[in-house]
Design a protein around this ligand. Structure first.
Ligand SMILES: *Cc1c(COP(=O)(O)O)cnc(C)c1O
Length: 393
């Protein structure tokens, strides 16, 4: 294949990164090997001394993992991609590779629960402080920046309230502060949003979600400019070892081939579901960037190619009403995962956000009546009927 940027996303998703072996296999080969052999002592020495390119050991590099990395880099428009064993391993490698004791992070409060713990508790023990900013207002971000700030970290749209953040504006704040803007692009994927085009420096993925898209494996990735990612993030990964296994890389890179059609179909289904939910009497409020009632609807239209597959809504009757909807489902999966072809339903206040205090939950806008649905690929009428049973009870 010729230069990656000659092709469009659809083509890159099925073709980028392929390097065939001497057997001429059509599908990408799976190299399940922990190490690589050298022709001679001199070649081994040259590889270790970085004088000759090539693989040494799969904690550092592996050809199957490299296909996944090249393909995802092509989709995000990134110079460099480092694959990791999970989404959290990607976030850990990003902060361990790019920050040091005394540095400071400004982070949105509406982020993945484990990220809150990683920054607020674990990184704090190593001298990296974090200020969590609630809400999408830029003034709050600006006010939280200190002379020690080296990273702005955001998920957009956020989980579970689908708040949309202005990537270009946050990028400008980061640049002025001499900090990097890191965007967790889990909810949109490059099929709907390419943060680097809007001025983000680093993109994070939990490949566990839409990139695999079929709920099979864990994986993650960190993407950005080679100068940032290769030295810092790869330097940490090859030493510390949160590396993606070649088997999981192979599963996920095959997932990438159908990414666009899955995400577009799931996003279209979610839009239809959100419009329908807004008309249901038992529901207080629907959170979905594709609805005109969403506070950042216009921003989402500018920044994203589609509103995404995640719809959240508040039930009028609080926790009892929310649990009734969950327990009346026969089709939807009651699970905390998202981004699967199978539609999932979650009650955040008692699961994903159950370990944070009631006050912190309230501050984050996560009420007891909140439900999150991650729309899969079932027929949308079947999904509606499954939810209607509990809504009308
Ligand atoms: C799931 C998730 C993660 C963590 O990914 P794992 O693969 O579970 O480690 C990070 N960010 C977001 C937005 C997620 O949804």
């Amino acid at each position: 294949m010729s230069r990656a940027d000659d092709y469009r996303l659809e083509t890159l998703a099925v073709r980028a990164g392929i390097e065939r072996s001497q057997f001429g296999e059509h599908s990408e080969a799976l190299y399940l090997t922990s190490s690589f052999v050298f022709r001679s002592a001199a070649q081994a020495a040259a590889r270790f001394a970085n004088q000759e390119p090539g693989n040494i050991y799969s904690r550092f590099t592996n050809p199957t993992v490299a296909v996944f990395e090249e393909r995802l880099a092509a989709l995000e428009g990134a110079e460099c991609c480092i694959a990791t064993s999970s989404g959290m391993a990607a976030i850990l490698s990003c902060v361990m590779g790019l920050l040091k004791a005394g540095d400071h992070i400004v982070c949105s409060s509406g982020i993945f629960g484990a990220t809150v713990t990683l920054f607020g508790t674990i990184m704090k023990r190593f001298g990296v402080g974090t200020t969590f900013v609630s809400g999408t207002a830029l003034a709050g971000w600006q006010a939280a920046v200190t002379p020690a700030t080296r990273m702005l970290y955001v998920e957009t749209p956020s989980n579970p309230l689908t708040e949309v953040y202005d990537i270009a504006a946050l990028g400008a704040i980061a640049r002025k502060a001499g900090a990097l803007l890191v965007v967790d692009n889990c909810f949109c994927t490059p099929a709907l949003q390419r943060p680097l085009e809007f001025g983000a420096d680093v993109v994070i993925h939990s490949a566990t979600k839409f990139l695999d898209g079929q709920g099979r494996t864990l994986g993650g990735a960190v993407l950005g400019k080679k100068a940032v990612i290769h030295e810092g993030v790869f330097g940490f990964l090859r030493t510390a070892g949160p590396t993606l296994s070649p088997f999981n890389a192979w599963v996920i890179l095959k997932g990438l081939e159908t990414l666009r059609i899955r995400v577009e179909a799931q996003s279209a289904g979610a839009l239809e579901l959100a419009r329908w939910l807004e008309r249901q009497p038992g529901i207080e409020r629907v959170y979905y960037p594709g609805l005109p009632s969403h506070p950042q609807h216009e921003l989402a239209k500018r920044q994203q190619k589609g509103p995404g597959a995640i719809v959240s809504f508040d039930m009028k009757g609080g926790k009892d009403a929310a649990w009734r909807v969950v327990d009346a489902t026969r089709l939807l999966s009651i699970t905390a995962n998202l981004g699967d072809t199978k539609t999932t339903i979650t009650h955040p206040a008692s699961t994903t956000h159950g370990r944070i205090s009631a006050e912190a939950r309230a501050a984050a806008g996560i009420g007891d009546g909140l439900l999150r649905v991650a729309v899969g690929l079932e027929h949308i009428e079947d999904i509606k009927a499954d939810l209607a049973r509990g809504l009308t009870k």
